[in-house]
Write a protein that binds this ligand. Structure first.
Ligand SMILES: [Fe+2]
Length: 283
């Protein structure tokens, strides 16, 4: 199965490292994650470096452009380009966010939470099913961070996510840092929260750093991953009991590649430690 190629801890492919990665023979990264919007389009040096990596290494794709829970019509040109791009990369799935990002044709450049209501769940389920039918690979939706609920909620975030994933019958890109950040901001136990979620739908994890600003914690993706988030990753992997791929996201204060590779290696050690008892059980 194509999915068997994707285990361990991968890295988000970022512009400052493209040339270096493309020219490395042995970087040790089992797979990359790339944002199609950054690669689809015309040439240029960065584009050529990115394509060289995508044609050489295993790649997962993760988009920001589709407002899955919104009301804007689909961007047909983008969906056509995306279809070709997903086939070219050979990615086993494509992920987007469980949120909305566009209103009346305007990109808001933010991942905004949907109202936790039955109407919003029904609407998002229908949209996710439509989107899934347009993609050549399975769709995963990612849980986001949010800092306030939108309007009067009829359910909590966990129930909303579960209802959408199950109603749309799509996979879950579980971002454990987002769970941790939401747990800090809204005051809940992340492991208890995860224990009641449909973990059987998880096909991939995200992990990242965050930052506290007084009473609010923000998923900045701008710092190394802290131990409690690594612990949550390990706890989740053990609970899943299968080698789901983990992707390290770094979008701000991007360090030199050697430092980022060292951070990935640190997470890989934690990943291997979490998977060791699982492998013994299956031996
Ligand atoms: Fe993420």
């Amino acid at each position: 199965m194509a999915q068997d190629r994707f285990t361990g801890v991968g890295l988000g492919l970022r512009r400052p490292h493209l040339e270096q990665v493309a020219q490395m023979d042995n970087h040790g990264v089992p797979f990359w994650e790339t944002c199609p919007e950054n690669v689809i389009g015309d040439g240029g040096r960065d584009h050529r470096w990115a394509c060289a990596i995508l044609d050489r290494d295993p790649v997962l794709t993760h988009g920001l452009a589709i407002s899955v829970g919104g009301f804007d019509p689909w961007d047909e040109a983008y969906l056509r380009d995306l279809d070709r791009f997903l086939v070219r990369t050979g990615t086993p799935w494509h992920s987007e966010h469980l949120c909305f990002t566009r209103v009346d044709g305007n990109c808001l450049h933010e991942l905004l939470p949907l109202p936790f209501t039955r109407d919003a769940a029904r609407h998002t389920i229908a949209r996710a099913r439509e989107l899934q039918a347009r993609l050549p690979v399975p769709l995963l939706l990612e849980n986001i961070t949010y800092y306030a609920e939108l309007g009067a909620s009829e359910m909590d975030e966990g129930d909303f996510i579960t209802e959408v994933l199950e109603g749309a019958d799509v996979g879950w890109l579980l971002d454990v840092n987002n769970v941790y950040v939401n747990a800090l901001n809204f005051g809940f136990d992340p492991k208890a929260w995860l224990s009641r979620m449909p973990l059987e739908r998880v096909d991939q994890l995200h992990i990242a750093g965050h930052k506290r600003f007084g009473a609010i914690t923000v998923d900045t993706h701008g710092a190394d991953v802290i131990e409690p988030v690594i612990d949550l990753m390990q706890w989740t992997l053990a609970r899943l009991g299968r080698p789901v791929p983990v992707l390290l996201e770094r979008d701000n204060h991007i360090p030199d590649l050697d430092l980022l590779l060292a951070e990935r290696a640190r997470l890989q050690t934690a990943y291997d430690a979490a998977m060791a008892p699982v492998e013994v059980r299956h031996a």
